[in-house]
Ligand binder design. Structure first.
Ligand SMILES: [Zn+2]
Length: 108
């Protein structure tokens, strides 16, 4: 789910991953600057492989769109208030089902 400007995922998901994975304030700052410049390769570089793959992965592993985050929040006890809740960071069963439907859609 790549946005028109080439960003690999929402900035919210990216910044959440950065704060979780990157301990250096300077590195964090530089990475966010790279993101704002539109240099997403540089922006993702400091993240460990598993986090980068989660953000850039296709299909099941792809990070959440804003619409998906809202839909998942409505299904979760946290109601989307907790940015670190899995509902705001990873696709749940319903989202994965919807993505499958969307992939097959159009010619149905
Ligand atoms: Zn939640």
């Amino acid at each position: 789910m790549t946005a028109p400007d080439g960003r690999p995922c929402t900035m919210e998901a990216y910044v959440t991953a950065l704060f979780q994975e990157v301990p250096s304030e300077a590195l964090l700052r530089g990475s966010i600057r790279a993101w704002i410049r539109g240099d997403f390769t540089a922006a993702l570089r400091p993240l460990p492989d598993h986090a980068r793959q989660r953000l850039t992965g296709e299909g099941e592993a792809a990070c959440l769109s804003l619409e998906e985050m809202k839909a998942q929040a409505s299904r979760c006890n946290c109601r989307g208030a907790d940015d670190y809740c899995p509902c705001q960071n990873a696709p749940d069963r319903e989202t994965r089902r919807q993505r499958l439907i969307a992939q097959k859609g159009g010619d149905a």
